[in-house]
Design a protein around this ligand. Structure first.
Ligand SMILES: [Zn+2]
Length: 126
């Protein structure tokens, strides 16, 4: 993902109207993008990014337009599990309104925890 200037013009150049998507906000330092915050829009990524641009808190963004709301949610969850601690995001992403999507990374963690619990039982029966 390439980073772009977080201005209304920069946003409109990169992101078309009326599509869901995932974004990161941050700063470009020596060619490397550093994420400070990430999120998604379920309805219009362009509008959401323009709102951020007006706030003027972050100079750059990267964006991924997605075909579906689920895909934007999945990307947001991935960033939460991989990089959440390095950002100002404090809460796990919420599932899109009116859906019951599960975070596949949380599900995976649960399964790993189950497996390791079973493993412990095996060892204690030693
Ligand atoms: Zn999760």
């Amino acid at each position: 993902m390439n980073s772009h200037s977080l201005t209304p013009e920069g946003v409109r150049e990169e992101v078309s109207d009326g599509t869901p998507g995932f974004y990161r906000l941050g700063v470009l330092v020596n060619g490397d993008f550093h994420t400070a915050y990430f999120g998604r829009s379920d309805t219009c990524l362009q509008r959401r990014l323009c709102q951020w641009a007006q706030l003027g808190w972050y100079p750059h963004f990267v964006a991924t337009v997605t075909e579906t709301v689920e895909e934007a949610y999945r990307l947001e969850c991935r960033d939460w599990h991989l990089h959440g601690d390095d950002t100002v995001n404090q809460r796990h992403p919420a599932a899109p309104d009116g859906t019951t999507h599960h975070c596949e990374y949380c599900d995976l963690n649960d399964r790993l925890a189950e497996l390791s619990n079973n493993g412990e039982k095996l060892y204690t029966h030693g």
